[in-house]
Ligand binder design. Structure first.
Ligand code: GDP
Ligand code: ZN
Length: 460
């Protein structure tokens, strides 16, 4: 697991009289809570996924701070896949803060960063980035200003279409609402067919939007990633393996990938613009020279560089030259062809680059690609990789939210088809409406009810 330290935060809004939950996650979560928690059961020994009643006591003064319920969830069956403890209290703001302060006091537990639980869940393979709006919140919090600029730019054609889509969902919701609350009124009979038809129309619209999004901006954006290395080390093969199409020419003749080949891929949920550069080396061939020039400039612009070396051959001067050039850049070293007997002394490389950025792989046998994915997502979330062009964030967000809305509508359709009660179906439609609202940056608290009733003059 990548995160060793234990984090804590108040994970629900603290309201007067409401329940507040403090969530603690990490290897020390249970032990650190146990130090403060007085209960009939010792939570260090209880089974996973159990709830325990007790009190939080200040260990130095013996003062009882708060009465609460503690839930113990051992990893990997928890939200973050780490050990998680949740402390639920009915107390007000002051009591909850005091409990959190006590937890943080020893220094073993630190306060979580915004989105950090979700980030851990993602890094530990519990959730997929494309499904995780909360991870987008993390990105948002990292760059609030850039985000709002991106949101402004996104307004326009897309937002007009989404607004229209929301409007038709409000109409659908209004029909459903009327049917639930005023069955005696003379309104259109709400039939399953009607819901399905309207949901279907909305899904068609969303599919159209998704298509334009994919064809438009997203293809030109992402983290610019250059694959570099001497001819024949396996760059094009890697690109192909990542793209899972055979667009780049793979050949055994050195120097045939003459130009820069560009592919858009999503690795671990992170959008990358992958550039396969022609073998960078001194050459007399004019055509090849053009390719070499282009790959030099691709290299200069890259946010991330994957330097590929062939471990079945000794390290060469050209390899050293490249390593020299890449000093100070964001580099991942790919030691390829590990399926062949190793002829390279990798010590020199290990001295130049941190061990966590060196990956052994065999593109041919498709080993080590998972690790590449992990390293890229780690670099991205640690903030090492920041594309100069941040608009990709909002586009990934748009696509994510459109995908969610589409899924909610499909859920609504499925629910009606299997005869789920209409007030439950309504929830799915409502969720779709909210997801589209989020895309527009509307506040979630905006009154849906007001909008619905502005459509109908009930009780007239
Ligand atoms: P590039 O010039 O760096 O783009 O290299 P290519 O991708 O064209 O690959 C050159 C040759 O190495 C091809 O014959 C590939 O099939 C082969 N190759 C690529 N990866 C591996 C690997 O992991 N193991 C072995 N044995 N051969 C590989
Ligand atoms: Zn190639």
């Amino acid at each position: 697991m990548m995160n060793e330290d234990t984090i804590a935060a108040i994970s629900t809004a603290v309201g007067e009289g409401g329940i507040a939950v403090i969530r603690v996650s990490g290897s020390e979560a249970v032990r650190e809570t146990a130090k403060l928690f007085r209960s009939k059961s010792n939570i260090e020994e209880v089974p996973s996924h159990t709830v325990h009643y007790g009190h939080i006591v200040n260990p130095s003064s013996g003062e009882i701070i708060e009465e609460l319920l503690v839930t113990v969830m051992r990893g990997p069956r928890s939200f973050t896949a780490e050990d998680v403890v949740e402390l639920s209290t009915h107390g007000g703001v002051v009591a909850v803060k005091r409990v959190l302060e006590l937890l943080l006091k020893e220094g073993t537990v630190r306060i979580a960063e915004p989105g950090e639980f979700t980030k851990r869940a993602f890094l530990n393979g519990r959730i997929d980035l494309t499904q995780a709006e909360a991870v987008i919140d993390l990105i948002r919090s990292k760059s609030d200003r850039a985000f709002s600029v991106a949101m402004k730019q996104a307004e326009g054609a897309l937002s007009r279409k989404v607004k229209a889509l929301r409007h038709s969902l409000v109409e659908l919701l209004a029909h459903i609402e009327v049917n639930i609350d005023y069955p005696e009124h003379d309104v259109t009979e709400m039939t399953n067919a009607y819901i399905c038809q309207r949901s279907n129309e909305a899904i068609d619209e969303i599919n159209l939007l998704l298509k334009t999004a994919a064809e438009g901006k997203i293809l030109r954006e992402g983290i610019v990633t250059a694959i570099v290395g001497r001819p024949n080390v396996g760059k094009s093969s890697l690109l192909n393996a990542l793209v899972q199409e055979n667009k780049a020419i793979v050949t055994e003749i050195a120097g045939t990938t003459r130009d820069v080949i560009e592919e858009f891929v999503t690795i671990g949920g992170i959008p990358l613009r992958l550039l396969d550069t022609a073998g960078i080396r001194e050459t007399e061939d004019v055509v090849e020279k053009i390719g070499v020039e282009r790959s030099r400039s691709a290299l200069a612009d890259a946010d991330l560089i994957l330097l590929m070396l062939n471990v079945s051959e000794p390290l060469q001067e050209d390899d050293r030259l490249l390593m020299e050039q890449l000093r100070g850049r964001q580099v991942v070293i790919l030691l390829n062809k590990t399926d062949l007997p190793q002829a390279m002394d990798t010590e020199e490389i290990e001295r130049l680059f941190p061990s966590d950025s060196i990956i052994r792989l065999s593109v041919l046998q498709e080993t080590g690609l998972d690790q590449l994915e992990q390293v890229i997502s780690r670099m991205f979330f640690s903030g090492q990789l920041e594309s100069a062009d941040l608009t990709y964030v909002s586009n990934v967000r748009h696509i994510t939210l459109l995908g969610h809305a589409k899924q909610s509508l499909l859920d609504a359709m499925n629910a009606t088809e299997i005869g789920i009660p209409i007030d439950i179906v309504q929830i799915d439609v409502r969720i779709a409406w909210e997801q589209l609202g989020e895309l527009l940056g509307d506040s979630v608290s905006e009154s849906l009810i007001d909008q619905i009733f502005s459509q109908f003059c009930l009780g007239k």
